[in-house]
Design a protein around this ligand. Structure first.
Ligand SMILES: CC(C)(COP(=O)(O)OP(=O)(O)OC[C@H]1O[C@@H](n2cnc3c(N)ncnc32)[C@H](O)[C@@H]1OP(=O)(O)O)[C@@H](O)C(=O)NCCC(=O)NCCS
Length: 143
């Protein structure tokens, strides 16, 4: 499908809440509105949506961070989800390509991501897009 990729706006909060539900993080429009505002204020985060017929049908977020090991910042693909009605139609690929273009234009040296072991579909998707599996993620709750 032919989607437009653009920066997320406040008016996308409803659709984004729906997409986050499909990613396994159910939430409300009001909560998403707050998060969009916080992410925009951080200066290190970008939220892009894929729009079809005026409606967001996919979402990607990118977080940029400095590192002690390199002068160039790195870009973390921090979330991606496509509406289940439009999967396997190239929307996810278009979102990642747009995220990569922006990161490259901003001089980022690397894009990386972490993904849960159970998301085997997503692993196939990332490999197909040229991401290599190079490590493991360890996490520990601090509460
Ligand atoms: C992962 C996800 C974002 C991919 O988006 P998408 O729009 O369906 O992906 P695309 O159509 O651009 O796929 C591009 C290629 O990736 C591979 N791919 C995508 N989904 C795949 C799947 N379920 N199984 C195997 N390969 C897959 C294919 O090679 C595909 O090309 P093809 O359809 O011509 O074979 C989407 O499936 C999704 O939202 N999943 C649920 C949320 C999720 O797991 N997010 C990642 C969290 S880490």
């Amino acid at each position: 499908v032919d989607v437009d990729i653009r920066d997320a706006r406040a008016g996308d909060a409803d659709a984004i809440a729906c997409l986050l539900g499909q990613l396994g993080y159910p939430t409300s429009r009001a909560v998403v509105s707050n998060r969009l505002a916080r992410l925009a204020a951080s200066g290190a985060d970008h939220v892009l949506v894929a729009v079809l017929d005026g409606e967001p049908v996919g979402l990607v977020t990118v977080h940029t961070s400095l590192t002690i090991a390199d002068d160039q910042s790195v870009a973390k693909l921090s979330a991606i989800v496509v509406d289940e009605r439009y999967r396997r139609e190239g929307v996810g690929e278009a979102l990642v390509a747009a995220a990569e273009d922006r990161a490259r234009a901003a001089g980022r040296s690397l894009m990386f991501l972490t993904t849960a072991e159970r998301r085997t579909d997503a692993h196939s998707f990332y490999r197909r897009l040229g991401f290599e599996e190079t490590g493991r993620r360890f996490a520990k709750s601090l509460f």
